[in-house]
Write a protein that binds this ligand. Structure first.
Ligand SMILES: [Fe+2]
Length: 415
């Protein structure tokens, strides 16, 4: 056993494996693009280190695509095979990742939360629990797990950033802002803290402050993975959009959002799609951007990693004119929903599928159908996850359909 930099025992006799694990933990918490290479280095140093395999599996699962799931399977197998001879903390983490790999998200959350209760210095367990809470639409859980850990380490900059985001998602804006700022003072290279404060400024309509805050730290995002790099710039673009600076938004889309995206990565795709949706809702002509964005979406058609993301894909495919592909995607969403059981099945069949039909209708300017499909599900869409900012887009689309002038003309003519 060797202790990692968090003071937690790692079952290995190879110091180089723990050195790489320490580096990986820091990189995972700062969303560094080198995280995958680092955890593979740990495995190279000690191929029997079970927790290193579990970290690798978590990395691959977080890619939210088919290729990632396939790669995660063998990592999970190796982690589980070694789980008998590791510490209780490592066992809990491995079980959490194994549950995730099997789609048992509630179970995964239980393992990670139990782990954080007993080992609050395990920040990857906090991050992991927050990740699942985020896509379960459980803001309170997302906050509470970070607060448990924060009591043990109130001055840890990366933990402060996670707690700040949780506070923001629970609408505790002044505390979220203060904690995000403190996290940044403690460590300037802290992109998740920058992001948490951007959410506060966006929620409070302080758009120029959001631009100033984010651009003051953008120089530290160079080594971010494409997800957070493009997402932090997405927030900058959103602030410019709210200020009516649409030319700047298009420039940022081309240079820092889709321009810097990994074109086959789900999170990057979702961000770019959401930005084009918002631009069009603001009356901006986006040219051929839908078509170039939609090309790599073919890989997503039958993947169904997260319902929140599928809603974006369906809309993008429809706006790009790939109507058949959009219909195919909705059909396979239905089949996927039937393959699940319990709450997961309900989330897909009762929420995601009708919402996808509504979004598809909106994308084709069929306002009545969009309204009919979205009306019953709109109040419940938070259960599909995403931040409040991301969810607000669905409400904006709905309002846009409701407010169509030709719709009122028809209604008035019928009255
Ligand atoms: Fe965000």
């Amino acid at each position: 056993m060797i202790q990692d930099a968090q003071g937690l025992a790692v079952t290995t006799d190879v110091p180089q494996a723990v050195e790489a694990i320490n580096e990986f933990i820091d990189q995972a918490l700062t969303y560094d693009r080198r995280a995958e290479a680092t955890i593979l280095r740990a495995i190279e140093a000690d191929g029997d280190c079970a927790i290193a395999h579990a970290y690798a599996a978590a990395y691959y699962l977080s890619q939210e695509n088919w290729a990632g799931r396939v790669r995660a399977k063998s990592s999970i197998r190796r982690a589980v095979a070694g789980a008998e001879r590791v510490s209780r903390r490592e066992q809990l983490y491995i079980r959490g990742i194994n549950a995730w790999g099997q789609g048992q998200i509630e179970q995964a959350i239980d393992y990670h939360v139990a782990l954080v209760q007993d080992f609050p210095q395990d920040l990857l367990a906090v991050q992991q629990a927050q990740y699942h809470y985020f896509y379960q639409g459980d803001s309170q859980g997302l906050l509470e797990v970070a607060l448990v850990a924060l009591m043990a380490q109130p001055n840890h900059p990366l933990l402060c950033s996670m707690a700040a985001f949780g506070l923001e998602q629970c609408h505790q804006f002044s505390q979220a802002e203060a904690l995000g700022q403190r996290a940044t003072e403690l460590r300037r290279h802290n992109p998740w803290a920058h992001h948490a404060v951007a959410h506060v400024l966006e929620a409070q309509g302080r758009h120029q402050e959001a631009v100033d805050w984010m651009t003051a730290y953008a120089d530290t995002w160079g080594d971010c993975n494409s997800m957070l790099y493009t997402h932090n710039w997405w927030h900058v673009a959103l602030a410019h959009l709210a200020l009516g600076e649409t030319t700047t938004v298009l420039r940022l889309y081309d240079s820092h959002v889709w321009g810097r995206a990994q074109k086959h990565t789900p999170k990057d795709q979702v961000g770019a799609i959401a930005l084009l949706m918002r631009l069009e809702l603001a009356g901006v002509e986006v040219g051929s951007r839908w078509r170039s964005l939609a090309r790599p979406l073919q890989l997503r058609l039958a993947e169904h990693a997260l319902p929140f993301q599928d809603l974006h894909y369906v809309y993008a495919l429809a706006r790009a004119g790939n109507i058949d592909a959009a219909y195919t995607m909705i059909e396979t969403m239905v089949s996927h929903g039937h393959s699940l059981v319990g709450p997961a099945q309900n989330r897909w069949l009762k929420l995601a599928v009708p919402a996808a039909r509504g979004l598809m209708a909106h994308a084709q300017a069929d306002w009545e159908s969009a309204i009919a499909h979205l009306t019953p599900v709109l109040p419940h869409l938070y259960r599909l996850g995403g931040s409040h900012t991301q969810q607000a887009l669905f409400r904006q689309l709905y309002r846009h359909a409701i407010e169509q002038p030709e719709r009122f003309t028809v209604q008035q003519a019928l009255a």
